[in-house]
Design a binder for this molecule. Structure first.
Ligand code: GMT
Length: 375
């Protein structure tokens, strides 16, 4: 099949899922994949004969206060679909990808080309930005007009039906993990460097936006540190980072907290971690937690959105109400107890194996075939 993938190229779950999916479709299943976006996708940093990247050129004119990205994207989709003879367009993240794909489909239909459109909902495209009245009607319409719609969790599917008046059927295809990359690497020297006296290592990875509640990770750490020797690594960057560093100083924990910024090989950090913190306010799935679990790291999380579909309380980690940092700290101390840690680590890995790329990627191929049949 020739598949056009439209996604955000930057850091962030939806772009990562779209890129990893494209890589798997091309290199493992032999499909031809065409990424259509404004920048080289972050995780697309190698050559594969079946993978193409088409850059959306955004022109600006003095008349435009805001360059119309959606129009440039739509035109690019039309161009690539014709030139490359695409079989299907797959829009990741509804805004503005689903509506751009809808328009591209209409333009191609006028030219006698039938172009099935699949839309994958990732989370904030529904739960935060999508339901906002400035986008709502377009998002709702373009989801409903897609030939097939997928969401990354049961929770997101339910929320989508709650927010929008839809007639379409939404199929759940969970996030997945490449276990050949995300596994426990032998990095004992890292651990010794970070935790020279055998301290426990806690890790939080996020794009440090408000919804991630990364400040709760700092609060949890403060409480755990009062009871046992430990260190915290804060990985990633984003709008809250400066505030978080200030909070660290306020909590007087700076000596044991390190902000690492964006790390490309995050699996190396996860390989030496004892516990992953995900206190998010919203999380349609929680890909970062799954990647941690694949590296045998148990998770202390909130129970937001789709997290309970990934982190099983009492098995792969523990969950608390959003914002309940006391409970999270209590749970962290329970898991970090040497009597309990091996049990949680083992279960985390077993759970991650249920979401392997080999299991999940073919589910998208089934959806493409369904969309082609339908349209
Ligand atoms: O939340 C983020 O950091 C980015 C966001 C995105 O859209 O790129 O991630 C969303 O999609 C991921 C992949 O499907 C999910 O694993 C995340 O849970 C989801 N984030 C939210 O719902 C807040």
């Amino acid at each position: 099949m020739k598949i056009g993938i439209i996604c955000y190229p930057t850091y962030g779950g939806s772009g990562v899922v779209a890129t990893e999916l494209g890589k798997c479709l091309a290199s493992q299943l032999g499909h031809e994949v065409h990424f259509i976006t404004y920048e080289q996708p972050t995780r697309l940093n190698f050559f594969d004969e079946n993978i193409y990247y088409h850059k959306v050129d955004i022109r600006t004119y003095p008349l435009f206060k805001y360059p119309p990205y959606e129009l440039a994207l739509t035109s690019k989709m039309v161009e690539v679909a014709q030139a490359e003879n695409l079989d299907v367009l797959h829009a990741h993240y509804a805004i503005p990808h689903a509506s751009a794909a809808y328009t591209a489909k209409q333009i191609l239909a006028k030219k006698g080309i039938n172009m099935p459109v699949v839309t994958t909902l990732h989370g904030t495209d529904v739960t935060l930005v999508g339901k906002d009245e400035t986008f709502g009607p377009v998002v709702s319409f373009s989801i409903d007009e897609s030939d097939c719609v997928t969401s990354v969790s049961e929770s997101l599917k339910a929320e989508t039906y709650e927010y929008f008046d839809l007639t379409t059927d939404i199929k759940v295809i969970p996030n997945f993990v490449d276990l050949s990359r995300f596994n426990k690497h032998k990095k004992d020297h890292f651990k010794t460097a970070i935790c020279p006296d055998g301290e426990k290592l806690l890790v939080h990875v996020s794009n440090m936006r408000e919804v991630k509640r990364a400040d709760d990770a700092l609060e949890v750490f403060k409480r755990v540190r009062e009871k046992i020797p430990c260190k915290l690594l804060m990985v990633g960057d984003g709008p809250e980072r400066v505030k978080l560093e200030e909070k660290c100083a306020e909590l007087r924990t700076c000596a044991d907290v390190r902000f690492l910024g964006k790390i490309a090989e995050v699996e190396e950090i996860l390989s030496v971690a004892d516990l992953y913190l995900m206190p998010s306010e919203k999380e349609s799935f929680g890909l970062a937690a799954l990647e941690a679990m694949a590296c045998q790291v148990p998770v202390v999380s909130s129970n937001a959105g789709g997290i309970p579909e990934v982190n099983i309380h009492g098995l792969t980690g523990m969950m608390s109400e959003i914002g309940d940092v006391e409970d999270m700290a209590k749970n962290a101390l329970h898991i970090l107890d040497d009597k309990n840690l091996p049990y949680y680590k083992e279960n985390a890995l077993t759970q991650a194996q249920q979401f392997s790329i080999e299991k999940v990627c073919p589910l998208y191929v089934d959806v493409y075939e369904e969309a082609i049949k339908k349209s």
